[in-house]
Write a protein that binds this ligand. Structure first.
Ligand code: IMP
Ligand code: MG
Length: 176
């Protein structure tokens, strides 16, 4: 870390663990039927995904997608491209889409569009973090781990320029 930047702890590893277990419990309860495909948006949600699915005692398949980056810019729906497409055919399956954070909503809305086009039996979305802010894009995740202020955060999978994903807690990244 550059000495000019600082990390201010926001959500501890213990709090994350408790909340992830609660989410897993609810997800397990809400998806009693089979044919579940969990789709994770790379790379930010991989740590959340790994912890969450290991607490869900359900038969499932796991797939990943990646979305073109936009370097912090607010984007309109359709502007982001889904780069890695699905390995699993989700037609007729129950899909649970996982992402790390809902910011503008551009990422989730792009992936939701791709999934809907394949006509799944159902689609639910789950994000670990949701920023409190006005959004031009209307995306409402079904499950949210924590609501946070509109700040730039890192850790537990979230990065700044590729770094800090391995921090076990979530911190506000301050450029000072
Ligand atoms: P959205 O498309 O604007 O909703 O942004 C979603 C994506 O932007 C997330 O999947 C993250 O990869 C990235 N992102 C948004 N806010 C943050 C942040 O505070 N820290 C790190 N990554 C972020
Ligand atoms: Mg991401």
């Amino acid at each position: 870390m550059s000495p000019r930047n600082s990390l201010e702890p926001l959500i501890s590893a213990e709090k994350i663990e408790v909340r992830v277990a609660e989410l897993a419990h609810r997800l397990e309860h809400d998806h009693p039927g089979g044919d579940l495909v969990v789709v994770s948006v790379l790379s930010g949600s991989v740590i959340f995904l790994a912890d969450l699915v290991r607490k869900m005692n359900l038969p499932m398949r796991i797939d990943t997608v990646s979305v073109s980056s936009y370097a912090g810019r607010a984007v309109a729906p359709g502007e982001l491209k889904v780069l890695k497409t699905f390995s699993e055919d989700v037609h007729g399956k129950h899909v649970l889409l996982i992402d790390d954070i809902l910011d503008t909503g551009g990422t989730l809305s792009a992936v939701i569009g791709e999934i809907q086009a394949m006509e799944p039996a159902s689609l639910k979305t789950c994000v670990l973090l949701r920023k409190k802010k006005e959004r031009n894009i209307d995306v409402k995740p079904d499950y949210v781990g924590f609501e946070i202020e509109d700040l730039f955060v890192v850790g537990y999978g979230l990065d700044c320029d590729g770094m800090y994903r391995n921090l076990p807690y979530i911190a506000v990244f301050n450029l000072t």
